[in-house]
Write a protein that binds this ligand. Structure first.
Ligand SMILES: [Zn+2]
Ligand SMILES: [Zn+2]
Length: 152
């Protein structure tokens, strides 16, 4: 995405185009599931004078405007992504906290049907897949695969 695309997104959400907003949007777009500290670092690499508070404020404004989605898996700090408008889910590594996108198998929210809605109008089922990422999965050792007494 180019700077012009980000400007279009901001204007489309009735947000004034500012350098900090452009920088935050670019950082979140190029680093899916980035946390606040990393957004600050990325933005400051471009705009050294931007304060922490300014980045927090921009993240909130972009999230409120729907340009950025905030996710916070249990035990994780808040993460941000620019992939909005679809009902995608996340798979999270229990060991290192790595997060990856998972396309929704159904597409539209809510993708699960509540067995009892208690009269609520349900519009979303929050789905988080938990497991172990490839980097944290111990490689099977050859010894454990050997059949006891088997020939070499
Ligand atoms: Zn991991
Ligand atoms: Zn995502």
């Amino acid at each position: 995405m180019t700077k012009a695309d980000f400007e279009t997104r901001l204007r489309g959400a009735s947000l004034r185009v500012t350098q900090p907003r452009l920088a935050v949007l670019a950082a979140v777009s190029s680093h899916p599931h980035v946390d606040t500290d990393d957004v600050i670092q990325l933005v400051r690499a471009e705009l050294a004078s931007v304060s922490h508070q300014a980045v927090y404020d921009v993240l909130r404004a972009l999230t409120d405007a729907g340009l950025v989605r905030r996710i916070q898996p249990a035990g994780s700090t808040a993460r941000y992504e620019a992939r909005v408008g679809d009902n995608h889910h996340h798979v999270v590594c229990r060991t290192c906290g790595a997060i990856a996108d998972v396309d929704c198998a159904v597409g539209q929210a809510p993708c699960l049907t509540a067995s009892e809605d208690h009269g609520f109008t349900v519009d979303e089922a929050e789905v988080v897949f938990w497991g172990t990422c490839p980097a944290c999965t111990p490689a099977p050792t050859t010894t454990s695969n050997r059949i006891p007494g088997g020939s070499r």
